[in-house]
Structures are given as structure tokens and as C-alpha cells.
Design a protein around this ligand. Sequence first.
Ligand SMILES: O=C(O)CCC(=O)C(=O)O
Length: 241
Amino acid sequence: MTGTFGALSMALRVWLCRSAAIWSVFRGHMKFCTNSPVPLVPSCPAVLPLLLPGGVRLLRDFLSPEEEGSLLKELERPLAKGRYQDGHWDQAIHGFREIEKAHWTGQNTQILQRVRDVAFPSGVSQLPLVHVLDLKADGYIKPHIDSIKFCGSTIAGLSLLSSSVMRLMSEQNKEHWADLLLERRSLYIISGRARYEFTHEILKDEDSTFNGQRVPRGRRIAVICRNLPEAVVGDSVFPSS
Ligand SMILES: O=C(O)CCC(=O)C(=O)O
């Protein structure tokens, strides 16, 4: 009996190891296997249908270098008035300073309108203030879900100055996660289940790898647009009109 159990247990362990090894090789090529235009590397195949299509979008080169420069020119002075801090009100963000900005100059107004047009369906009420988050090269954002009191179903962010890796992790199952490559000058859009059921975080420089490749983190400025929160009725969440 003990012999049979031992043999079965050994066979199971070999099978599990092989599966893990096969999956780790497979995961390395996931970006190419899925043919997805979204640079997303999942922890296992079950994660992709939770995030795609639509829950996570990534538009590469959304900004030209000139447009990035124009945003930076408008942002550097107000940002420089603040000091980098450690520990956001919810302790989620480290090595950062931030502003919220309502008014933008001509070209930048147009850029932000393009973000809003791509990210939000027409008629959706949006937060008028744009959130600008300046992370030091050694700053990082711990896993969190944006408050449903302050933010609706969609988060759209431009990445200035540096590429980075955003990790999305299921709240229900910590083994279900995916890394999203946020290239410099790209726009990411997270909505629905990806926004409500997955935490998001920006990896520290020392952990910043994507698909086995190092993604060095420099100072990064995110320019983030959000829509207004949904009205909560009983246990259900309904979009506010
Ligand atoms: O830096 C980013 O793009 C994400 C910012 C973020 O997670 C937040 O403001 O809640």
C-alpha cells in the first residue's frame, strides 16, 4: 500500500514539475502565442480571458516625442513645487509627488481630449481634474484597487519619461496575475473586471522585468484620466447617468 502511494505521489510530483516547466517556457513566448496586441504576460492561461478583450488596452506610441515634451514642459514647474514623499494616504505609493490639474494649454488640451475620446464611451461623466503622478526612479506603487468612491469603471494613463511594468493581480486568486509593459509614451486603459477585481501596481526598479527582459525604471510621470464613480445601489453597482 505504502509502495503504491509512494509511486503515485512521485508520479504526481513529476507531472506537476513537468507542467510547471512547460508552462514557464510557454509563458516566455505568450506574447507571440496569443497574437494579442496588448503586451501582457499572464501567470497562467486562465488569466487572459479575465483581462482580454477590452479589460486591458495598451496603445503604443500614443504620444510623439514632441507631445511628450509639451506635456513635460507644462508639468515640471507645478510638480517641482512639491517634495517627493514616502507613503500615500493609503501607503500604496512610495517616492512620489502628485498634482491634480484642471486647466491645460492648447496642444496639451488636445492631447488629453484624444485620451478621453479613446478611453471613455461618449456620454460617460469624467473627472475634470487630471491626476499627475511623478514617481522617482526608486519609487513604486504597491498593489491596490482604486477607490470606487472616487473613481469609476475606467482608468486611462499616459506614461512619460520611462517605461515600467504594471502587474495586475486577481484579488480572489493571487496565482492569477499578468504583467503589462507600459512603454514610454504609451497609453494604458484598464476597465471593468481588470479595474474592479484585479489590483494594479508599478514594480520597483529591481523587480522590473517583462517577459524575461529587464525594463530599467527611471523617473516616471503618469498622466491619468478617470471617469466618475458609479452610483452604488444596495449591493449592485450601476453606472451613474
Ligand atoms: O502610475 C500609474 O500609471 C498608476 C497610478 C495608480 O496606480 C494610481 O494612481 O492609483
